[in-house]
Structure formats: C-alpha cells, structure tokens
Design a protein around this ligand. Structure first.
Ligand code: AR6
Length: 175
C-alpha cells in the first residue's frame, strides 16, 4: 500500500527543508566521509560540539541506535545521527540492524515532536550494503512505522546517487 506521507527526492540532504535530517554516522559520532562529512561541513561546528557532549554522557552511539543534536546552520532544526551496519555477509542481524536504524531514528523524531524527516540511504555508501536490499528494508520499516504512528507527517528519502533514486522511485510506484 502506498503512503502519501512518503516522498522520494534526488539531491543533497543538507539542503532539505524539513524539521530533522538523518545522518548516516558511525559509532564514534566524530564525523567521517560521505553524507556524515557533508552534514558536518554544511552545518558547522555546533553539531560536533553536541556530539562530543553525547559521547561524554553515553560513549557514542551503537549500531542501529540514534541520537539527536542541533542542525547548526542547516535549514533543518535537528540532525538525528544513526549508525547503520557494515555489510559483511548479509546476515539477518545486519538486516535487522539497518531496520533498527530507521525505526530508532523515527522514534527519536517523534519524541522531539518532529513532523517532517529526511533520510539518506543509510549504509549504502562506505558501509557497502547492496542498494536494493537496503531500499527494501528502509521502505518497509518506514511504512510500518507510519502505519502505527500518525504524528510524523512527512518522510522524505533523499537519494544522492542515480541508482538509489531509480530504485526508490520504482519501488514506491510498484506498491
Ligand atoms: N546527501 C544525501 N545523501 C548523500 C550525500 C548527501 N550530501 N552524500 C552521500 N550520500 P555514506 P554509510 C549518500 O557512505 O554507507 C561515513 O564516513 C551516498 O550516496 O555516507 O552509512 C560515516 O562516518 C549513499 O547512498 O554512509 C561512517 O563511517 C548514502 O549517502 C560511514 O561513512 C550513505 O553513504 C557510514 O557509511
């Protein structure tokens, strides 16, 4: 079943005008390459300062979990940092951890009264998850969450590369 609250866009998530953008971070929360690097570069030092405070409090962020910070200079109000799994053998555990990254990000969004959220394609870059497998997990997780929770009004999948964009648009059109 399609959900009008889910949209697909192609572009740079740092420019997306939503309440919260999700970052595909790593457990250290200290930044990195890919979308993580882009978010810290565009958002400025306030994001990293808050990540340091979270590290002092709870020692980073485990795979599949999520934390929230300011979005600094970005148009969004918050950045939700989640940590996707590294694709290794494609075990059920890896798939569950990717699902958890989406679900825990949405839970945190709800707790912070966020109405609109944008996701990058978590784990499909440096962490090497096959894009089709990751897209199926992401779409299923978000749909299931939205069916049970009405307070989130819009979820945007922001696809950076053409392959992900085509996958998401065709998979969303199928259903
Ligand atoms: N906007 C939206 N999506 C983007 C952007 C952007 N500006 N830049 C890249 N992507 P990756 P991962 C897409 O590698 O696989 C970092 O070093 C990209 O095309 O950013 O979860 C972290 O610190 C891909 O589809 O994240 C971790 O160490 C997707 O974002 C590690 O990489 C995810 O690719 C996390 O690896």
């Amino acid at each position: 079943m399609t959900d009008a609250r889910i949209t697909v866009k192609q572009g740079d998530i740092t420019k997306t005008e939503v309440d919260a953008i999700v970052n595909a971070a790593n457990s250290s929360l200290l930044g990195g390459g890919g979308v993580d690097g882009a978010i810290h570069r565009a958002g400025g030092p306030a994001i990293l300062e808050e990540c340091y405070r979270i590290r002092e409090r709870q020692g980073g962020c485990k795979t599949g979990e999520a934390v929230i910070t300011t979005a600094g200079k970005l148009p969004a109000k918050y950045v939700i940092h989640t940590v996707g799994p590294v694709w290794n053998k494609g075990s059920e555990e890896e798939k569950t951890l990717l699902k958890n990254a989406y679900i825990n990000s949405l839970k945190l969004a709800m707790e912070n009264e966020v109405a609109t959220v944008a996701f990058p394609n978590i784990s499909t870059g440096i962490y090497r998850f096959p894009k089709k497998v990751a897209a199926e997990i992401a779409i299923d997780a978000v749909k299931a969450f939205l069916r049970k929770n009405r307070s989130i009004k819009q979820v945007v999948f922001v696809c950076f590369d053409q392959e992900n964009y085509e996958l998401y648009t065709s998979m969303m059109a199928e259903e």
